[in-house]
Design a protein around this ligand. Structure first.
Ligand code: KG4
Ligand code: ZN
Length: 339
């Protein structure tokens, strides 16, 4: 089955074609980052309007490059995400499917992130533990098989990506904050400052990152923010955030006994996190699977793959379409099934 994937849940407009026999055939992405940068964060209405502007051009560019072979289905992100942005992708996907006489299917954005490591070689086999770390989510999930997800831990307040974004804003490093913090941290002196590792001193797998943000704000206010000070704070913040994630992943691996762990979502692109988890994997004899960095952040390849898994099982949107879901928990999903 050859599936067109469409991603418009936030500030990336992306399309991709995934073939269940041949793998990923191509993908296109337009990032709205410059559009939102001057506001220091995503402006939902601007995001939706820009998706309208970009989607058709990206799609015709991709399908044109791939030649004449027909598509067998269209998968689009139906949630969670910004409602206006989701509606643009959903309307476009359904219209395209209707015009071509092929099925459409709404996909869960976090399921797509979770399956993104399957775009790589070697792909992880089920079951596995998943660490999903993005701008909106921080989740530890036990994955028994497709659509069989049990959330073991989640953030009780800010998502870790959000904490990166807010810390970067406090330090005047711009948006998006994750890559900006990581770059600034390169010049930070190890051990110059030490930030807390929230909720690691008590049992459990939940996270909290709002205290780390406050600690960052207070530290930033203590003295003048010259470049060395900014770098030291960025370094201390990144180490604390990464350490916190690594400690909880270790705990989840110990308690679940899983031998494989996948890491996905935008923060999964973070080099320090990838290195530290790879080291943990060696110590625990656990195999870690990461998507390439461009498939950690939002993309349509993961949406096409997640949609294809369900479309081949016969799953379809209901006849009258389905509402998009700005909020949608991963554990509401069921295994792929015929509609
Ligand atoms: O998955 P994603 O592209 O979008 C959401 O679904 O939220 O994740 C975006 C988040 C942002 O908070 C961004 O700052 C963070 O991922 N991020 C990073 C890095 N690259 C992106 N955080 C830390 N280090 C990075 N290299
Ligand atoms: Zn995402």
């Amino acid at each position: 089955m050859r599936v067109l994937g469409i991603e418009t849940s936030c500030d990336e407009t992306a399309v991709a074609v995934f073939d269940t026999a041949e793998g990923l055939l191509g993908h296109r992405l337009y990032s709205q980052t410059p559009l939102h940068a001057e506001y220091g964060g995503v402006v939902p209405e601007l995001a939706a309007r820009d998706h309208v502007r970009r989607l058709l051009g990206l799609t015709t560019d991709l399908t044109g490059a791939l030649g004449s072979r027909e598509l067998d289905g269209v998968a689009y992100t139906a949630g969670p995400g910004l409602i206006g942005a989701l509606l643009v992708g959903a309307a476009f996907a359904r219209g395209l499917a209707l015009a071509r006489g092929i099925p459409a299917l709404g996909v869960h954005h976090m399921e797509a992130h979770l399956l993104a490591p399957m775009l790589e070689d070697p792909a992880p086999e089920f079951p596995f533990l998943a660490l999903l770390v993005s701008g909106g989510h921080t989740l530890l999930v036990d994955v028994d098989g497709p659509g069989r997800y049990r959330i073991l831990g989640r953030s009780l307040d800010d998502a870790v990506g959000e904490a990166f974004d807010k810390a970067a804003k406090l330090l005047g490093l711009g948006y998006p904050g994750g890559p900006a913090i990581a770059a600034a941290a390169e010049d930070g002196r190890p051990g110059a400052l030490r930030f807390p590792r929230p909720m690691t001193d008590r049992p459990g797998l939940d996270f909290s990152f709002s205290g780390l943000k406050t600690f960052t704000r207070n530290t930033a206010a203590e003295s003048a923010l010259d470049p060395q000070r900014v770098a030291d704070i960025a370094r201390a913040f990144e180490e604390a955030a990464v350490d916190t994630l690594v400690i909880k992943v270790r705990r989840a691996l110990e308690s679940s006994g899983r031998q494989r762990c996948v890491v996905a979502g935008g923060v999964g692109a973070n080099r320090r996190l990838r290195q530290r988890l790879a080291q943990l994997g060696e110590r625990m004899s656990v195999s870690f699977f990461f998507p390439r960095p461009e498939f950690c952040t939002d993309n349509a390849a993961m949406v096409a793959l997640a949609g294809a898994q369900r479309l081949v099982a016969g799953e379809r949107d209901p006849a009258g379409g389905r509402p998009v879901r700005p909020r949608w928990s991963l554990d509401d999903l069921a295994p792929p099934a015929a509609a």
